[in-house]
Unconditional design. Sequence first.
Length: 252
Amino acid sequence: MPDRTSAQTVRRAMQALKLIASGTSDGMRLADVAKALNFERPTAHRLLKALVAEGMLTQHPGSRRYALGSLVFELGLNATHQFNLVDICRPTLNALAEQTGDTTFLFVRSGNDAVCLARVQGPYPIQTPAVPVGARQPLGVNAGGLALLSALSEREALEITQAVAPRLTIYGNLSPEHIMEHWTKAQASGYALIGNRAVPGVTAMGLPVINEKGKPIAAITVAATNSRMTQERIDEILPLLRLATEALSRKL
């Protein structure tokens, strides 16, 4: 009986994770999860709370909706080599760095942070001080995190910026209000642009890589010195960046 009960709990947990993963980035309500899986509400509540405690799910502070947690991302990084995100994206990053002459980056989301997975320097003689591979910064601080944030709803972006607010002051006195201003500009322009925050003296632009469900799964950025990243350069880089993210969307 204990073995049977344990197996049933694991199956229910997997059902809940698959259901929430198939939903929107806004997450799902407890009542919706219980109804969809035909669970008693107290059972669903205990199960979801346990998954939150283990990092498999997270609960949005404002809406109380459940969404995938950072541990899902971390487990994914340790998954089989048959789906190695860096290996898949590396040729695209190399080509983009060669075309623009500047440094290209690959970012993914982990909870409320953007994590740098890869970096490729271009042939332009003056390269920028760079966010190191493996670095983790709050969403919205760098162009990759801002690109990922720009693919989310305004409500979720607001919740995230409020959650990371205590960590923002070290980035040039950045505030949640500043990030939301950048989010609004990204919505209007169609790309993320931010400078002097993640790395002083550097401006970067980025776009999210969107999957077939409309969810952001990664972001690609191009970074250069502030003086080099003029509006003219931005207009030159943007079509190349769009082609790169579209190509990765198809691959992934």
